[in-house]
Design a protein around this ligand. Structure first.
Ligand code: FES
Length: 87
């Protein structure tokens, strides 16, 4: 009997603040997904306490350093930086 490969993680499409679009597996790290897209998410503590890495994903603010890419209710996850990177 042939071996059945495991199902790959579902992939979601992410639209970044610069207008670019990439895809990432559900459950992947937000900072890695952003880096792969060439998008810099500001960071500070990398532990979930400072809020420097907050992003807005389809209207929900989350901290990118401790959150993972969720399965989207819609086809595209629209990401905006919740914190002004230039302050
Ligand atoms: S870098 Fe501090 S909360 Fe994410």
């Amino acid at each position: 009997m042939p071996e059945v490969p495991p199902n790959p993680a579902p992939v979601v499409v992410i639209q970044w603040p610069d207008g670019s679009t990439t895809s990432a597996p559900v459950g992947s790290d937000w900072l890695q997904a952003a880096a792969a897209a060439g998008v810099v998410i500001p960071t500070g503590c990398l532990g979930g306490s400072c809020g420097a890495c907050e992003i807005d994903v389809n209207g929900e603010v989350l901290r990118a350093c401790i959150a993972t890419v969720p399965a989207g209710d819609s086809a595209v996850l629209q990401v905006e930086l919740a914190v002004d990177p230039y302050w």
